[in-house]
Design a protein around this ligand. Structure first.
Ligand code: FAD
Length: 415
């Protein structure tokens, strides 16, 4: 039988933490703080960041900052005054080196004792074996500023990896008039995200912009910081070499935390780190359980970090979590925006919905639907953002093929 006291407990607000320690002063860390305060959390918040800079946004690094359209300050997410206004105690330029329960050890020897910890330490660029130090990578503001300077005085650039960051860097180099070579191991750029057929459209953006794109290329070794040797014996040299082959989650400092560090720290569908108490993780470092697929998935996209921050804050405070959103990522390449909505991996069929790109016509204006079992699970748009908006609800609701074709008005050409 429930007692009066028991009933009162059932209806009480969930217990709030006293001190939330957020490790990682990037997008995920800042957004979770904003969400905690937006939900009325009054307790202490501490923010730890390894970099000296005020927390900043990364997408502009490979776009506006590399192109000299923005000075670095414009990419700031929240400056020190704004964080103080949120009641956050900020420690920048110091790395967290260990986590013991909910206590965080810092590289300067200090300890922070929270009762709740949020991990948002992002990811670090993957490197190739034997990669010389003088070869550029692009993850941090400092990386972007030094690459920007190097491009200003170079005549040629070699990019290893035709993913989104490699493509945006190649684009910045072409804008400056450099000769650009891009080496990609897969048959097309971004095959994992776009698939083979649509990746072919991304490839056309490179070649139509005058980039020497070489897919299926294998690098044997670096001869030096300007030259690579390919497995077919060919050598490629450039004034600036950038390796953009993805990123690995920043987990090195979390030895023994969670159930074993695979590709991302394993968390449940609310971001709680498995096999821990009072610890959440989000963003590029975290692999959240994907209920739809029954496995863990690490998203490395801006919107995912923002969406996850909202879920984590609600879960910490015990308030209702926001409605699920569909994944979304964008990239600005060679004068147009590529937008990826929903899940475009592991699909059965790709169907052109607008534009003639897949038939050899202009890439710009092409919009493609991704189907599983005749339902729409994703869409990719090349330079037609207004059209993509129309597919957000159908992707979210997993509309059937007939409804999608009616929406696109392209039923006739698909018969
Ligand atoms: P981050 O923003 O990387 O923040 C992690 C922070 O933790 C960093 O500041 C790091 O210094 C700090 N840190 C690391 N280790 C420690 C430690 N031990 N102690 C304390 N602090 C630590 N996504 C898109 O959807 N569209 C885009 O166009 C796009 N462009 C991008 C361009 C670039 C150049 C890059 C690098 C990424 C881009 N992304 C883009 C991805 C997006 O920016 C990331 O998914 C997002 O920043 C992830 O946020 P995060 O908080 O997980 O990691």
């Amino acid at each position: 039988m429930t007692t009066v006291a028991g009933r009162a407990e059932e209806h009480a607000m969930p217990q709030q933490p006293e001190h939330v320690v957020v490790v990682g002063a990037g997008l995920g860390g800042v957004r979770v703080i904003e969400q905690l305060r937006a939900h009325g959390f009054q307790g202490r918040i501490s923010l730890i960041g390894a970099e000296e800079h005020q927390p900043y946004d990364r997408p502009p690094l490979s776009k506006q900052i590399l192109n000299r359209e923005w000075e670095p300050e414009r990419a700031t997410l929240r400056n020190r005054a704004a964080l103080e206004a949120l009641g956050v105690s900020v420690r920048l330029g110091v790395r967290a080196v260990a986590l013991d329960g909910t206590g965080v050890a810092l590289a300067d020897g200090r300890q922070l004792a929270g009762d709740t910890v949020v991990l948002a330490t992002g990811a670090a660029p993957r490197k190739l074996p034997g990669q010389p130090d003088g070869v550029a990578v692009l993850r941090t503001l400092d990386d972007a500023l030094s690459l920007r300077d190097a491009l200003d005085s170079a005549r040629s650039m070699l990019v290893v990896g035709a993913g989104f960051i490699g493509a945006e860097a190649a684009c910045a180099a072409r804008r400056r008039g450099l000769d650009v070579t891009v080496l990609e191991a897969m048959p097309v750029p971004c095959e994992r995200v776009l698939g083979r057929q649509v990746g072919g459209l991304a490839a056309r953006l490179f070649t139509e912009a005058g980039v020497d794109l070489r897919c299926g290329a294998r690098i044997d070794r670096f001869a030096d910081e300007h030259t690579v040797e390919l497995s077919d014996g060919g050598m490629v040299s450039a004034g600036v070499v950038l390796v953009g082959i993805g990123a690995r989650p920043e987990l090195g400092w979390l030895d023994g935390v969670g159930p074993g560090n695979g590709d991302g720290l394993a968390c449940d569908a609310n971001g709680r780190v498995l096999a821990t108490d009072g610890v959440w993780a989000l963003g590029d470092m975290a692999a959240w359980r994907d209920p739809a697929r029954g496995r863990f998935h690490r998203h490395e996209h801006w919107t995912s970090a923002v969406d996850q921050a909202a879920v984590v804050a609600c879960d910490i405070l015990g308030v209702e979590r926001p409605a699920p959103t569909v994944p979304y990522v964008w990239s600005d390449q060679f004068g147009l925006k590529i937008q990826v909505l929903g899940r475009t991996d592991l699909v059965d069929e790709v169907v052109p919905l607008h534009g003639e790109g897949l038939d050899g016509g202009p890439v710009k204006g092409t919009l493609v639907g991704y189907f599983v079992d005749d339902t729409l699970v994703g869409a990719v748009a090349f330079g037609c953002p207004a059209k993509l908006v129309r597919y957000r609800a159908p992707v979210t609701e997993r509309a059937d093929r007939a409804a999608v074709l009616a929406l696109s008005g392209s039923g006739a050409r698909l018969v």
